[in-house]
Write a protein that binds this ligand. Sequence first.
Ligand SMILES: Nc1ncnc2c1ncn2[C@@H]1O[C@H](COP(=O)(O)OP(=O)(O)OP(=O)(O)O)[C@@H](O)[C@H]1O
Length: 338
Amino acid sequence: MPEKRRPRLTPAVADVRRAVREALPAAGDRSPLALVALSGGPDSLALAAATAFEASRAGWRAGAVIVDHGLQAGSETVADDAADVARELGLDPVSVRRVSVDVTGEGPEASARAARYEALTVAAREAGAEIVLLGHTLDDQAETVLLGLARGSGATSLQGMAPVSIGAGGVNLVRPLLGIRRATTHQACVDADLEPWTDPHNTDPSYSRVRVRERVLPVLEAELGPGIAEALARTAEQAREDSAAFQEQIDEFIEEICEPAEAGIAISAAALAANPAALRQRVIRFVVQSEFGVALSRSQTLDVARLVTDWRGQGPIDLPGLTAHRESGSINFTATDA
Ligand SMILES: Nc1ncnc2c1ncn2[C@@H]1O[C@H](COP(=O)(O)OP(=O)(O)OP(=O)(O)O)[C@@H](O)[C@H]1O
């Protein structure tokens, strides 16, 4: 039986523990299972230590899952070492998932991420875990917002990462550390005598995220004053709140203006025309996403919106897996294989 570690209660350790405590919903008398997604790096290691401490107090059982992407020399040892530390922290069950990453057109980073989330949600389902805890910090959030801004990808990417999202199979992906600076997780590891693994990718300037972290954010801080990372993270939170309120209105509006049509759905063109462009576009995107599982690009959305705002008798618009066409006062979306 491995000996359990007992860290000193320093301010950094207390901050990380508080964040975990606030993120764990009341368990009642069910004793549900939470799994920490552990890379062995400082953020998820601090998270693992805090979760090991807080889970039982909140009535949760806590385990860990480590994904070995097999992409770097020695990744097997890194994963096994992280699993050993997780067991020493008292986490149980602890499993290592070895995955093979098929690099797709989106590049190695995105392919590794997709394989990782797949492995994490499968591990959670197999273990009967309700939630997977991820170690993204406030700094990760600030970088995500800046990267989204630079891509020009609009309000959705300004929201950054959600504190809670639903992964495949209904597993809750929870990010308790979005309000915690990376310096705090690093300090919490030092205070707890934990030696995190240093991912060489985290300093490789060929990654745009690393350049934002090491070159862009420091310049912004120097020129605009400290607190930039916090401001960016606050922007994300604000955008998320605004979007949730807007979405409630959209849901009600969609109930009123949509009706089932053959092999698809129809939206009243007059109702869309009577509303502002932003609402119109969001309804179109949302209906197509929820009905057909297709995420329309901005230009595809604008093409469809022109069936409302610039109607000149044009023909159907081909979209991935569906078509949009105007027919007797409605915009009809029809599955192409129907
Ligand atoms: N190989 C992995 N196995 C399990 N979970 C992982 C793995 N890699 C990343 N994660 C999870 O995703 C989170 C974000 O990972 P990412 O690599 O983007 O950030 P990071 O800031 O380097 O985190 P860390 O310091 O924990 O490595 C991690 O904190 C962890 O919870």
